[in-house]
Design a protein around this ligand. Structure first.
Ligand code: ZID
Length: 228
């Protein structure tokens, strides 16, 4: 069977969870990357059976998650992590959660993966409308853009050969969608551009497919955080 790593699963409401289920139903082994501050509650909820209902697959069995990796895709390596984040109780309790370290951990644990899904969205701190953003703080948009794709590339380099990667995009990349500002529309434009270039490069180098899906609306945590 195939092995899939899905980055961006911290509850059972988002695309990451739904994609994990679809892959599990198709027989894949499931690994997930969970945002560090959300790790505890996600693992506790899993353990206590809070997701059992939504873990159910079409054949009646429950989706198994082989391993949950803490991940903060903002940081490539430990050297990139500011002291206050390192010292933060929620981060200090976990280890090896930068992009490079997660890629290494996955490689150590499983040698390789076949499918990489990038289902990361805005953290709770990014909650700006275009208007607010024009008036003040474009840097938040820049932060957002920063972690749209690097995680994919790193995990891909070290782990996938002849595999497939998938991310989620939105039509606001090419048309103005009121409220989808703060760097989010530009992040999606960059994601789509990177997808095209990576599809070419990775396809030639390793027969790796690189795709992004323009998703329909889903009442996820991220969508609610930006008022969608
Ligand atoms: P989600 O909150 O379930 O997933 C995002 C995950 O990212 C969460 O688990 C976070 O904990 C995690 N995360 C945040 N920051 C970090 C970090 N630094 N490191 C690691 N993990 C982190 O939301 P989702 O399922 O909506 O988002 C998944 C992807 O789908 C994102 O790329 C979205 O942009 C994309 N997407 C979602 C929607 C939607 O409706 N939910 C749409 C299009 C694309 C969309 O907005 N009409 C109107 C709106 C839309 C479509 C059509």
């Amino acid at each position: 069977g195939k092995r899939a790593f899905i980055a961006g699963v911290a509850d059972d409401n988002g695309y990451g969870w739904a994609i994990a289920k679809a892959l599990a139903a198709a027989g894949a082994e499931i690994l997930v990357g969970t945002w560090v501050p959300a790790l505890n509650i996600f693992e506790t909820s899993l353990r206590r059976g809070k997701f059992d209902e939504s873990r159910r697959l079409p054949n009646g069995s429950l989706m198994e998650i082989a391993k949950v990796y803490p991940l903060d895709a903002v940081y490539d390596t430990l050297e990139d992590v500011p002291e206050d984040v390192k010292a933060n109780k929620r981060y200090a309790g976990a280890s090896n959660w930068t992009v490079k370290e997660v890629a290494e951990s996955v490689k150590n644990d499983y040698e390789s993966i076949d499918i990489l899904v990038h289902s990361l969205a805005n953290g709770p701190e990014i909650n700006v409308t275009s208007l607010q953003c024009d008036a003040c703080d474009l840097s938040k948009g820049t932060d957002y853009r920063h972690y749209q794709l690097p995680v994919s590339i790193k995990l891909l380099n070290s782990n996938v050969a002849g595999g497939a990667t998938l991310s989620l995009t939105y039509i606001a990349s090419e048309r103005t969608i009121p409220g989808y500002g703060g760097g989010m529309s530009s992040a999606k434009a960059a994601l789509e551009s990177d997808t095209r270039v990576l599809a070419f490069e990775a396809g030639r180098k390793g027969k790796i497919r690189v795709n992004t899906i323009s998703a329909g609306p889903l009442g996820s945590r991220a969508a609610k955080a930006i008022g969608f």
